[in-house]
Design a protein around this ligand. Sequence first.
Ligand code: TPP
Ligand code: MG
Length: 1219
Amino acid sequence: MNQAKLKGLVLVKRSSAWGHRFLQTSCALCKTLDRDSFASGSSAAYIENLYSKWQRNPKSVDESWDEFFSGKERSLLKKIPVQTLPTRKYRRLPLEIRTTVKARSGERTASDGGSPAPAAPPVAPTAAPPAAPPGDWKNIDDHHAVQAIIRAYQARGHLAADLDPLGIVGPTKTSSVDGTQRQAAKEVLRQHYSYIFGDLNAMFKLPSSTMIGGDEEFLPLREILDRLERIYCGPIGVEYMQITSLTKTTWIRERFEKPKALECSKEEKKLILERLTRATGFENFLAKKFTSEKRFGLEGCDIMIPVIKEVVDKATKGGVESIFIGMAHRGRLNVLANICRKPMADILAQFHGLQASDAGSGDVKYHLGLFQERLNRQTNRMVRITVVANPSHLEHVNPILLGKARAEMEHRGDTEGEKVLPIIIHGDASFSGQGVVYESMHLSDLPNYTTYGTIHIVSNNQVGFTTDPRFSRSSRYCTDVAKVVGAPILHVNADDPEACIQCARIAADYRAKFKKDVVIDIVGYRRNGHNEGDEPMFTQPLMYQRIRKLKPCLTLYAEKLIKEGVITDSEYKDMVSKYDKICEDAWTESKNIKTIKYSTWIDSPWSAFFEGRNRLQMGSTGINEETLKKIGSIFSSLPPPEHKFEAHKGIQRILSLRKQMVDDKVADWSLGEAFAFGSLLKEGVHVRLSGQDVERGTFSHRHHVLHHQTHDKVVYTALNHLYPDQAQYSVSNSSLSECAVLGFEHGYSMASPNTVVLWEGQFGDFCNTAQCIIDQFIASGESKWVRQSGVVLLLPHSMEGMGPEHSSGRMERFLQMSDDDPDIYPDTCDCDFVARQLMNVNWIVTNLSTPANFFHCLRRQVKMGFRKPLINFSPKSVLRHPMARSPFKDFNEASSFLRLIPENGPASENPESVTKLVFCSGKVYYDLFKERDDHEQVNTVAIVRVEQICPFPYDLITEQLELYPNAELLWAQEEHKNSGAWFYVQPRFDTALLNNENETRCVSYHGRAPSSSPATGNKVQHYKEYKAFIESIFGELTEENKARLDCIIKEKQAKAKAESKASMNKNPPQPVKPKPGATPPVKNSTGGATPPAKNISPDKKQLKPEPAAKGETPNSVPGATPAPGAKNPRGAETPRSKNRSLDEKHLKSHPASKGGFPVSKPGENHAPAAKEAPPDPVSSGVSRILPQKPRFFKRRPTPNRKPDTKPTEDTQKPREPEF
Ligand SMILES: Cc1ncc(C[n+]2csc(CCOP(=O)(O)OP(=O)(O)O)c2C)c(N)n1
Ligand SMILES: [Mg+2]
């Protein structure tokens, strides 16, 4: 139906009473469903159908429609209120209709301000539909078709591009009527397929959406098709129509479509050939010299080297000063030799199997990193090129590289990506297969993670090891993942060097202009097997039959240039032999290299950082009270009133609580953390905290970024407003990724020794999905690649009945990867013992119990003379635990990080009468503290907190062992036996005990039974396990205990009652909302809140302490001297067997029983009632918990466990890399 008819229709429709009803219903429906009015969309089509039907036979439609169409009820026209048609709904109507309606509504508004306006006289529907306006409609249709064809090439031309040098994958060509072979198959042209075979000489005006005409406005169809085919279906297939920005698509069109846009000059061609000669020559040389060595050669994709070189040239010309390259094995040596210009002799020396003269484990040659500063001859500018060391795990270097690049940008003040360029080189199978690619891509546009565009280059050899693409991906291209960020993707045939170089240029320019990701997919092949020893014919026989017949790209291109007269045959031969000589000379030179150094392959040299530094010297971590007050006061305040910042009421409450703490000179966890960050910022140390929801904190304890309640995007970060000259605090919620985000932060930390970079997991166990980053980079990066990092992982960890997936940060895995020898007692008399121990281990593992210790631990990260990753198991409920507060004096200049916190209660005052010495770590300390109180064993049980688990504080542990000579030794952990720290600490305790020849004790385990799941998901079971665990240490509550606890509860209740009565009298009752998640204060035996730990000695060996501030005493443990000649309580009985009944009230009052836990009956688990089934050892996890007898025996030294305490030369080789 043409528009004139429709116009008539609408008017007629409005003249009918039925139509009126219809119109009203339709409008009402439209309003509800937010759809178009009846005159458009499916209703219009329906009416149109009816109308056609009616035109053929008026009786074929319903009578009402007949009336409607024949206009019999015109008289009703005036009654139709126009306002029933909302103006918005007309937007999609044909222009004419819109005009009519608009005119009418205008009339109405003008005349009576809103009352129904008289409608215009209707057009009789019986009149013949208006004829088409005079015009050459055929011509217009033809132009539309050509326009659609142009569009089809732009959008889908890449599907028909000639991308595969092997000719395996490719479009089926089409023959036209005049015999022309057309590249674009049906799938490109779709409905216009048949059209293009009409009159190929017809002239067409080119639409503005193409630039194929250059200065010409008209072209014959044949020429249009030829040009489109050359541009879109030649050796380059460009995918860009997914980009939603018109500016970008127009820019790309201009670069591809303009005539001669893709041509190379003679000089450029020569340069390409020269570079290709080097790329191929390098692989040929290695193949000749090391026939059976793995090198993961680039043959078949050799053009990748000139492509990277072109990108480097373009970028440096544009002002880039530092380039970061991340890549896997394929062609890596070639990149080092020909892009970075690493002296070839050094590369070849790697093939000689030489011993390294420095510490570390090193890595295979095709994983090594590199940092090189060189002159780019093409641009005559200096450029730094870093190839980031890479583990075998494909693609996982991507986020590392991005983080490193981002750090470099920030370091250079490069806020636009003008000076730093990241390039990532991918394999085809890994690009589409590895999830980290997707995760990393999603960082590309996030404000705190962007690197302002990365150039991705895929060395697409159309095979992954032995797997064909059709079995390794479901997407058409291996690059489809890049579409998620709207990156243009340039697929290019690797055997067309000029096309490849054009793509490199366009990609480099695109990134420079738009600061967005771009992909070059070099489609080539792999001339050999996966590595040089593999037989590819086993699995890809047909592919390799073709490959064997194919001349190398270099030969093909040289022949082409010789044919074109760009170069002569002898010039080409000269080129080849010149490079061959370079290789031979390097080979000769490499033979003189007798040792290698891992440190020459470092990708993050911190020369300036290490210059003149005594690595064993550690700075003080304490700060003065004035600073604490200043940070505390700003951290607990809103922005100044003039900013009129409207904060949430809850935030105001939190801030006032913080203020109160500052006034009281105590700090909770959040304040302790803020003190650490704030003081570092004050000292010029940049702090970067990243992870999911870190700005607020998963447990809503942090609140570093406050949000204006009525203004969007108005936020306030107090820690950025402490001092005018402070360093920047970057705190950022990340994307919901662990692998890429942790990788990014680790990369960032590698580039920046003067930043404290922290990544916080939402719950500790989510770091599972970043396991590769943890294992391949953080745990082993220093050993493999001599590369340091001070990255901090905050992993919320503790058993609080939250289920299997929210309890464990998997401490055992980190400890299992720690590389300190469990069987060697270190030289604890060394005055640098603490620093040396930290320097020699691969990472630090802590499970801290006080805010002050957290503060010191974080600050220590930059006070050490080296950098070391810190894995800290963070608290959850302890964040708000009333006992977990530190007085200001624990932060002052006289205080320091405590690797171990000794007992400081009554038990420590009379250590010889202590019967049990319980070592523990982290949150469980607070459980043990309370239970010891409840069990009235404060005089006989000493509890020692191991705050730094790795490296193991042998010196302090030994001190404690000697201090309590008569005590049974226990390790208490809330984790299951196969989790937590037990496996790590057990052999180290043994080593410490063996070090004392009079010692016959050994440490027994107290905790949950082994389990494959990190925690139970059932709260009842959780509590049962807890109860059994506690009873295994303190025994059951005695009748006296219970009576006392009863008393306390009654006292408390009475007190609370009295207090509430008093307050009721003062203030009339208000409805009280329960505070979600609030932890009730833990009470001591007298029912009062337990005071914070007091008089704790600073870790004496750790620091060279500065003199204590006037009026402040350093914390110290009274009487911390070992009792000489103390007896061992060999065979002493434990009170565990006694008093096993359980006080119900006590259980109810226990924090673990919150949330409606049923209370266990007396005797449950251990002495089941006669009728009860015996507890299932597996499901209750109980019977296996209790060691049947304490293990008091002296462990014999095994051959590999040296009893002597001195470290031997080779095993304790200090890790002091050279830089
Ligand atoms: C994460 C990971 N999984 C598996 C491997 C084993 N592997 C090494 S190379 C390779 C094939 C890689 O294919 P592709 O990405 O196409 O690169 P190519 O070797 O073809 O250059 C595989 C599966 C690995 N190194 N890393
Ligand atoms: Mg491949």
